[in-house]
Design a protein around this ligand. Structure first.
Ligand code: ATP
Ligand code: MG
Length: 353
């Protein structure tokens, strides 16, 4: 049994049951064979898939704060002792333990077995059988006992999830996904806050190689681990770019590409009833992201734009990219259509007009 804990969403009074339902649904979506059940303050996931596979999946589901693989014991001290000792023995055999501690949590207060009794009796049993002392501060092993209505779950390790909120399909946004490092992280950030993110990529088939197409699809695939359903739009941008090149001075072209990208993305968003656009812009990072340029480009669409990375440094973004598995994909060689027929130094301070 996997015990899944949610963090921030546990705080949300009225919305709580809505979030819990979404979280269970999203877990079920990624682990179809699982029996996903609500319990007091957590979710129980019973599945036949391996711990390794389950870890891969659960560490990517927004709303999961942490989880642990646990063994079920009957609600009496003999069964708890026996189950916990078997777990501790296995670990002790692999890497000898110098000490341990017991942490008992009771979800139901009206069970006969109380917390000090379990801590004491189980502590004595483990100490005696493994011949190691209990230690409260930084023990080699923390044996956790969670007492619910009719059972006790025993585990030893909490595995951290991504946190945040479960993705809600009623909360759609459209993210502009390039092949770079930033935009996949921006899309992830919105998923983590509970949005279903539709991805839109613009490409110019005159500069397109198979490698670029693959790269964007790989990024979308990696991002799709974080939400139940992912749609990727690939927009053929070459004709529009040709027109822009004809009519627009070279140093403005990149900004006009951006305006048109946002406008097309806005159309896609309206079609899906998405509420916001998302970009990977970070203030001042590159020429197109000066405060004047962002102001001017963003003013050409009506829809509001989320820029979750606006205050992030590149290395902070890279670190997140590594954690979410997009770094290596973004690192593959790639030419973005934004640099199509633009000078080395594009306009830095475009005015809205
Ligand atoms: P990234 O690493 O995400 O490409 P960047 O630092 O390279 O970002 P820019 O190339 O200036 O920055 O792009 C800024 C933002 O514009 C991107 O984060 C993305 O949201 C959007 N964008 C740029 N090129 C494309 C594209 N070809 N398709 C879709 N969106 C794009
Ligand atoms: Mg880019």
């Amino acid at each position: 049994m996997i015990i899944v804990h949610y963090g921030e969403l546990a705080l949300k009074g009225k919305n709580r049951s809505h979030f819990e339902r979404l979280l269970r649904k999203n877990i079920q979506n990624k682990i179809p064979d699982a029996n996903v059940k609500k319990d007091m303050g957590h979710v129980n996931v019973d599945t036949k898939i391996s711990n390794k596979k389950a870890t891969e999946i659960l560490t990517k589901i927004p709303g999961v704060e942490y989880f642990s693989f646990s063994e079920k014991a009957e609600l009496n001290i003999e069964s708890i002792n026996k189950t916990a000792l078997a777990i501790a023995k296995k670990i002790h055999k692999k890497t000898p333990l110098k000490n341990f501690k017991i942490t008992t949590k009771r979800r139901y207060k009206d069970t006969e077995l109380d917390t000090p009794t379990i801590n004491n009796k189980l502590g004595f049993h483990i100490g005696d059988k493994l011949n190691i002392p209990a230690q409260m501060k930084d023990p080699d092993l923390n044996i956790k006992v969670e007492v619910v209505k009719d059972a006790a779950f025993i585990s030893t390790e909490d595995i951290r999830g991504v946190g945040g909120f479960p993705v809600d399909p009623e909360q759609k946004v459209v993210a502009l996904l390039s092949g770079g490092f930033d935009s996949p992280v921006a899309a992830f950030k919105l998923m983590k806050r509970g949005c279903e993110v539709i991805l839109v990529h613009f490409q110019n088939k005159n500069t397109l190689t198979k490698a670029v197409q693959d790269k964007v699809e790989q990024l979308a695939k990696q991002l799709s681990n974080f939400q139940p359903k992912t749609q990727l739009y690939i927009v053929h941008f070459e004709d529009i770019q040709k027109d822009i090149i004809k009519d627009v001075k070279a140093d403005y072209r990149m900004l006009i590409y951006r305006c048109i990208m946002l406008q097309i993305a806005e159309g896609i968003a309206q079609k899906h009833k998405a509420r916001f656009l998302v970009t990977g812009d970070a203030l001042s990072q590159v020429a197109s992201q000066t405060i004047n340029n962002l102001e001017s480009v963003y003013s050409t669409v009506e829809m509001r734009i989320f820029t979750p990375l606006i205050g992030f440094d590149k290395n902070e973004i890279m670190n997140i990219a590594k954690k979410i598995g997009t770094f290596d994909i973004s690192n593959l060689p790639y030419g973005d259509c934004c640099s199509y027929f633009v000078p080395e130094h594009p306009k830095l301070r475009a005015r809205k007009d």
